[in-house]
Design a protein around this ligand. Sequence first.
Ligand code: WTA
Length: 659
Amino acid sequence: MKAKKSETERLSDLSRVSDEGEIYQPPAWAGETGTPSMSVYLKRWKYSVEDPEGFWGELARELVWEKKYEKVLEWNRPHARWFVGGKLNASVQCLDKHLNTPVAEKTALVWIGEPGEKKTLSYRDLYTLVNKLASGLKKLGVKRGDRVAIYMPMLPELPIACLACARIGAIHSVVFAGFAPQSLRDRIDDCGASVVITSDGGWRRGSKMLVKDIVDSAVDGSQTITNVVVVKRGGDVFSHEMKQGRDVYYENLVADGDEFVAPEPMDSEDPLFILYTSGTTGKPKGIFHTHAGYLLGTLVSSREVFDLRDNDIFWCTADIGWITGHSYVIYGPMQNGATQIMYEGAPNYPNPDRFWEIVEQEKVTIFYTAPTAIRAFMSWGDKWIKPRDLSSLRLLGTVGEPINPEVWRWYHKTIGAERCPIVDTWWQTETGSISITPLPGSTPTKPGSATLPFYGIDAVVLDESGAELSEGGGLLAIRKPWPAMMRGIWGDEQRYIDTYWSRWEGKYYFAGDAAYRDKDGYFWIVGRVDDVVNVSGHRIGTAELESAFIEHEAVIEAAVVGVPHKIKGEGLVGFVSLREGEQHTEELAEELREWIAKKIGKFARPERVMFVDDLPKTRSGKIIRRLLRNIATGRELGDVTTLADASTLEKLRQQYQEE
Ligand code: WTA
């Protein structure tokens, strides 16, 4: 019953839901371009969930098969196997497939460095570089099934490295280049990576990021790493050291690499990549995806959700360190032969109009970003946008967290000039591809709603007991398997079952989000119901931060909660109790915020650290985060009957408000 309360409490927080009657119709161009109408979407969706084998089997003809599969789907709850027995390779789908078509000479990437350089790579250029790097990795001894960690800012070599791994059947694990050495090391250890691919540096907001130094600290003493491959970002700009016998330059590998490496024929169900994401324990989960299903899911969703056409200039601003960059910078758009923008740096460098300058210059037609970025643009003011010519834009997208209706409206009006439909796409590292979303030509949209499920996604809202709600608030779940779904947690089979499939006796995939369905059946995502906080669209497990706090010698116990934040969506507040004799000083609070930034990464720096004598606990000793969240958000305390000592809490609340 207790769990139910905290979830229901989140559900009551629906003030962000706009008037359900505020509806934006699909644009006029929708009918002209052959995009499906609403009735076609509904028919296809019905077919996709009633006969997934038929629906996906037809689409799977678009993949290039080395050996055709025998069966579309094998479903042994909670394990799905798609395209059983088939053989194919992801780099072939993204590159080789285009070679004898006009796409070969088409621009694949327009890369823009923060200081202003520009590099243009065609699909053929990418193909050549991927083959050469694949050859270099082979020479280093990387084999099919080996794990390769990639830790790199947004440089063109990042997608090249991923595809080179895929070509030889190695499993890539990209770690966002904002993570601290320890976080990188934990991930390397967990998957047992033998090689790290990195760069000497990168630029961020006018500062040099000494990326190689971070990798050096991370791999120092590693039992598994044999080589570090280093991309030179810009001549000799970024000082770094090369360790003899371990470190090699990417440029040398590529220069000596063969022009052609035969793509490894991978089983449909062989892992393609591992991507770590935060969960409810201190240990991040290595979510892994496999070849065929993931490739098909990203191929089809990119095309349908973004209505991708031959002459589009697509810009997904996500970093490849997160799932959005995997699915909608690398695998989805590249399988579709799209032209993309890739930008290295910060959106406000040198000025807050950097993104709009790029849109104007490169004539971007489709722009996909996160609500946290949109809120930042809003706060910087329209004066940075008005002088820019954004008339090339025809479609806008958002992902990563719920978008507030007023932010949606601003995006629609100021960026989209009331001309561009917005696709608010709900999905997760685990779902692999966009799962709830409008289709631009079909779906009338409502500000703040991700609207309706994508093909193959049988999404439902359930109450605690597992009863389906046709209207109202509950927990978001998915009933049937879909091709791009995760296949497991690396090295921890049981955790996969426990986290995602145990809630309703294995009948549904539990997404970890609360959602609300309105009278039209539209989905409104409310947010996480577990101890995962969404800071600027980055998932952060509070348990991971709490463990990091406790590693500081002054700290005895800590609890971290998320609080609403104007730009970041949510910010973090740490409630910390100190060892005997430690003083509650400003300096220590600051030191602890810095400590977290150093241990986990700057993006996880808490907004505030608050010292407490005792954390509120149940009689059995469990910290009650719900109460801390209420204190941190200035809400009523609510039910305190389970509390061991209720008086500590009132004290805490007063203290929080005074400080
Ligand atoms: C949240 C990012 C509301 C949600 C692709 C989910 C969203 C978590 C939306 C996954 C959206 C993502 N509206 N919430 N359009 N998209 N979320 O794994 O809480 O980094 O569970 O994947 O982000 O985050 P992840």
